[in-house]
Design a protein around this ligand. Structure first.
Ligand code: FAD
Length: 466
């Protein structure tokens, strides 16, 4: 980039109020980074637009002067998608954070991209409705960021991904043009649905500047059961038994090391007398005796077949939340171990075989590197977190992890799975995209990128190069 920061800021100040352009060292560090903490942030400045017109003006300037943009939401991303390390201009949506309208009969809410996910969930609740996308970082992530990553989370089993709840989006393309896509229509058979190209595109095609999100009826009386198991294969056997009788809202699993770290990190009390090799958490509605009976019958069958050893069930909402903490607190509890993260998926029916193969691979590497396994088993989504041993140098750790990762990605490829179930490609997975996408597909992806962002100003270097 041949322009100096001062030149860019001077030009920006003509289209955005100068107080909404930040160049202080603390702001650059804070807004230039995401949760991946992959490398030192080094943006040239941060800009906070407040309207679509301003976003268009910023994109226009970036094209004219040829400087790169990094869209920035809540920066909870785990793949370095919102990391600005090469003097990019960070476009933060923190000030475009308003709910714009709600239509009860459509159950549709329009909002700006910077609305925090939890705020949207609370808004839905205030209308007697439910926004089902849910995961541990919803208190910080933004609806625009969720759409850009097609976020999943703990409710995908029943409700699907973010994509399934977005009935319309407005985007400013890499060329600065405003597109209004699908406009909240339930049915629209008019050819290519560009909305779905932008969802999950990680800010590489354009900026999401407005969304129309669908809400639904809330689930009733959620109950949670946590079970301790002896082996990895039993996780999917328990799932099969529970799915037979219950319409589960979530089915999660985690390993013994995950349990130890969360007990330690969150100072929780172990609900069992000892640590089991694996745990599963099943969530289901229990508004009538039918569901409660089905749940206890399923549990008893799991005990009889030897799939589960012990279990605890919530008696009220507070206990349900407490049981969830064992699963949802894992990511935070292991953050200090510089975890090397993988987030892979395969078909649900293949998860038992996949998990057994995965265990074999992990056992073949340095036993000092602890592997924390957890994930949304009901969707075939497994999170693998490798923890840095205290005495190992960070650089050496990352090198070993890359080797382990390649073995895991080869396994994923042999199962026809995905190297990124929900965290996105960003920078961390970019070199490995061809483990899940064919060369022909990658060529088409480059073609799409060139179409919407011919000057490559939108989050360059992330997801795919053109
Ligand atoms: C503790 C923890 C638990 C998590 N659990 C889950 C989980 O269960 N499931 C899951 O899917 N994810 C999970 N995540 C990852 C993360 O929260 C999601 O990817 C989330 O959707 C990111 O939203 P964000 O607003 O923080 O986006 P950011 O991190 O700010 O950005 C993510 C990507 O989107 C782009 N972007 C952001 N806003 C826009 C916009 N308006 N227009 C265009 N591009 C944009 C960025 O450039 C970047 O490429 C977790 C993260 C943490 C820290």
């Amino acid at each position: 980039m041949s322009w100096t920061t001062k030149e860019i800021v001077d030009q920006l100040a003509k289209v955005v109020e100068p107080s909404r352009i930040k160049i202080g060292a603390d702001d650059l560090q804070f807004y230039g980074n995401d949760w991946s903490n992959l490398s030192k942030p080094n943006p040239c400045a941060i800009v906070f637009p407040t309207s679509i017109k301003e976003v268009q003006a910023i994109v226009g300037l970036a094209n004219k002067l040829n400087f790169p943009l990094v869209p920035s939401g809540g920066r909870t991303g785990l793949s370095g998608g919102a990391l600005a390390k090469d003097r990019e201009l960070v476009v933060s949506f923190d000030l475009m954070n308003k709910i714009l309208g709600f239509n009860k009969s459509d159950a549709l809410v329009s909002c700006q991209p910077g609305v925090v996910t939890q705020v949207l969930k609370d808004f839905a609740e205030s209308k007697g409705l439910f926004y089902p996308v849910d995961f541990a970082s919803v208190g910080s992530s933004q609806v625009g960021g969720n759409a850009a990553t097609n976020a999943g989370g703990v409710n995908v089993l029943r409700y699907g991904m973010t994509r399934d709840w977005i009935e319309g989006i407005k985007v400013v393309t890499g060329m600065g043009e405003l597109l209004e896509l699908n406009r909240g229509l339930k049915k629209n058979a008019t050819g290519f649905d560009f909305r779905h190209l932008f969802i999950g595109s990680e800010g590489t095609l354009g900026l999401i500047v407005e969304l129309v999100v669908e809400l639904t009826n809330p689930p009733k009386d959620l109950n949670v059961m946590l079970m301790g198991l002896k082996s990895i294969e039993h996780t999917t056997q328990v799932l099969a038994v529970f799915k037979e009788k219950l319409d589960l809202t979530a089915f999660e699993f985690f390993s013994d090391i995950a349990m130890k770290k969360v007990l330690e990190g969150k100072k929780l009390r172990n609900p069992f007398d000892h640590i089991f090799p694996f745990y599963v958490l099943a969530e289901f509605e229990s508004y009538s005796e039918v569901q409660l009976n089905a749940a206890s019958e399923s549990f008893e069958r799991c005990i009889d077949f030897g799939y589960a050893v012990e279990g605890v069930v919530s008696q009220n909402q507070r206990q349900a939340r407490e049981l969830w903490e064992f699963r949802e607190g894992i990511t935070e509890s292991i953050a200090s171990y510089e975890p090397f993260k993988s987030d892979v998926s395969c078909r649900i029916s293949q998860t038992p075989a996949f998990l057994c193969n995965l265990e074999e691979i992990l056992n073949g590497f340095d036993p000092k590197i602890e592997a924390v396994l957890f994930g949304h088993l009901g969707d075939g989504n497994i999170h693998i977190n490798l923890l840095k041993p205290t005495k190992m140098d960070s650089e050496e750790f990352r090198e070993v992890c890359k080797i382990i990762s390649e073995s895991i990605f080869n396994l994923v490829k042999s199962f026809g799975g995905s190297i990124s179930a929900e965290h996105g490609i960003g920078l961390t997975k970019k070199p490995y995209l061809n483990y899940s996408r064919s060369e022909v597909e990658l060529d088409y992806m480059r073609g799409v990128k060139r179409l919407f962002d011919p000057n490559n100003i939108m989050n360059p270097g992330k997801l795919i190069d053109i």
